[in-house]
Design a protein around this ligand. Structure first.
Ligand SMILES: Cc1cc2nc3c(=O)[nH]c(=O)nc-3n(C[C@H](O)[C@H](O)[C@H](O)COP(=O)(O)OP(=O)(O)OC[C@H]3O[C@@H](n4cnc5c(N)ncnc54)[C@H](O)[C@@H]3O)c2cc1C
Ligand code: SF4
Ligand code: SF4
Ligand code: SF4
Length: 406
């Protein structure tokens, strides 16, 4: 008899969470990278027994947005080292510290020495730096789900942090509620993938004739903002350079929404209703929303401030336990959302996205780099035409730009 083939993947909405792989009773699903680097499930129909488990769990994952935030705070760690090494106010680290101090385990996204981003587990404070800071690359998170289940069943405290779709995937995978689990999500507007980022690094090394040794998407060397840093070795000398988001091809494409996964443009989790215990983000615009409170609470926006959305009772309990280590004051959902549209709508699909990624697939990362350079020069010329900057300065910038990129 002919078997009916189950159709699992909707390429527009699949987040690549990997839970279908984990629940398949006959191991007939694997996540496979497409030509652009995004991973999608692939079914081996010779093994599939048509049980439908994968379809059912995939539907369920879309519907875990159960909470409306109970309270919203602006907050920053009192620990200057934590604050410096975190992307915003270091609240993730304060919560991780609390879990670790109580013998628990913390899971989050980490970048390895080969610039590959994946979720890892830590259970001692010295490893916390491995998890700190935003990595603007999709992290493989389902690889730690089975380990989390075992830890929870053995009554260990666990904190899992990730994007909202990863949190929702874990909730569905676990299926039961655990009082010893804390879920912390980041506000998320979208993710590129490991392949594009690795190709960017290779392209960078080729252009600069160097070996990249360390890469950070967010540093506070020049204060809180969208600025990264790259450390590399060139002619046996170590060098460090600031990565300005509007002068870098990968960063610009990321911020312009040009290289996100398909599902990010129709994200189910870009809504007021949240699925985690706590949501963390950058409290952009805080100087406009809370100038007075910043002064009263000795919080310096130059060092970074987090927006903290408390969504559940577990979230409230975790926040209570870190209060003495942070400066904080009350805010509101609307004040945070005014500067973070991801809290009520998905990122818009940039009309150039598909062409850019088509060219990337065909010609490699240099096509993204070239497109970026063309636009950069165009922007400079427009500025010049509008007489915003003197000719001499334009010349200097161009010279510097070509020196860097040619
Ligand atoms: C892809 C991405 C998009 C983001 N978009 C926004 C946004 O639009 N608006 C906004 O306000 N904030 C956004 N953030 C979150 C913000 O940058 C901070 O991460 C957040 O405010 C927490 O900061 P922190 O100082 O408390 O801790 P940090 O130390 O900065 O955060 C560390 C935690 O973030 C998690 N994390 C880092 N990279 C990833 C990743 N690739 N996948 C899953 N989890 C990750 C880790 O699990 C890590 O443990 C984004 C972060 C990422 C990774
Ligand atoms: S369960 Fe996750 S990986 Fe599998 S099809 Fe659904 S969204 Fe994609
Ligand atoms: S229908 Fe069942 S056996 Fe087939 S791929 Fe899905 S989970 Fe696996
Ligand atoms: S934008 Fe939505 S779908 Fe994309 S990574 Fe973030 S939470 Fe997941």
């Amino acid at each position: 008899m002919l078997k009916m083939k189950i159709k699992l993947v909707d390429f527009e909405t699949c987040t690549g969470c990997g839970v279908c792989v984990l629940v398949c009773p006959v191991n007939s699903i694997e996540l496979v990278e497409n030509n652009i680097g995004y991973k999608y499930p692939k079914i081996n129909y010779d093994l599939c027994i048509n049980c439908g488990k994968c379809l059912r769990i995939c539907e369920e994952i879309k519907n875990n947005t159960t909470y409306e935030s109970k309270e919203v705070f602006a907050a920053a760690s009192k620990d200057q080292i934590i604050l410096k090494n975190s992307s915003s106010g270091g609240i993730f680290s304060e919560m991780a510290k609390y879990i670790l101090a109580n013998g628990g385990y913390v899971f989050g996204a980490s970048m390895d020495n080969n610039f590959f981003v994946r979720h890892i587990e830590i259970n001692c404070l010295k490893d916390l730096p491995l998890l700190q800071g935003s990595k603007y690359v999709q992290s493989d998170s389902y690889i730690v789900f089975e380990r989390i289940k075992i830890l929870l069943l053995n009554n260990n405290l666990v904190l899992f942090s990730g994007t909202p779709c990863q949190i929702s995937a874990l909730i569905s995978f676990l299926s039961d509620h655990y009082n010893n689990l804390y879920l912390v999500e980041i506000i998320c507007h979208g993710v590129p993938n490991n392949k594009i980022f690795q190709d960017y690094i290779i392209n960078y090394e080729k252009r600069q004739k160097c070996t990249v040794q360390n890469y950070k998407f967010r540093t506070k060397d020049r204060g809180w903002g969208i600025i990264g840093s790259v450390e590399y070795k060139k002619a046996n000398h170590k060098q460090k350079r600031t990565v300005f988001s509007d002068e870098d091809s990968y960063y610009s494409a990321f911020l312009a929404g040009l290289i996100f996964r398909n599902s990010c443009y129709s994200c189910n989790f870009a809504t007021k209703r949240r699925c985690s215990d706590i949501t963390l983000g950058d409290f952009w615009g805080i100087q406009n929303e809370h100038r007075h409170e910043l002064n009263v609470n000795s919080m310096n926006p130059f060092q970074g401030v987090s927006a903290v959305l408390i969504n559940s009772n577990s979230g409230l309990e975790l926040f209570e336990n870190v209060k003495e280590n942070i400066n904080y004051f009350q805010s509101s959902f609307n004040k945070v959302a005014r500067h973070n549209p991801q809290l009520y709508k998905p990122s818009e699909r940039n009309s150039l996205r598909d062409t850019l990624l088509f060219n990337y697939q065909k010609f490699g990362y240099s096509s993204i780099e070239n497109q970026f350079r063309k636009n950069f020069i165009k922007k400079l010329i427009i500025l010049r035409v509008k007489n915003k900057i003197p000719r001499g300065i334009v010349f200097k910038i161009k010279k510097w730009f070509f020196f860097r990129f040619d």
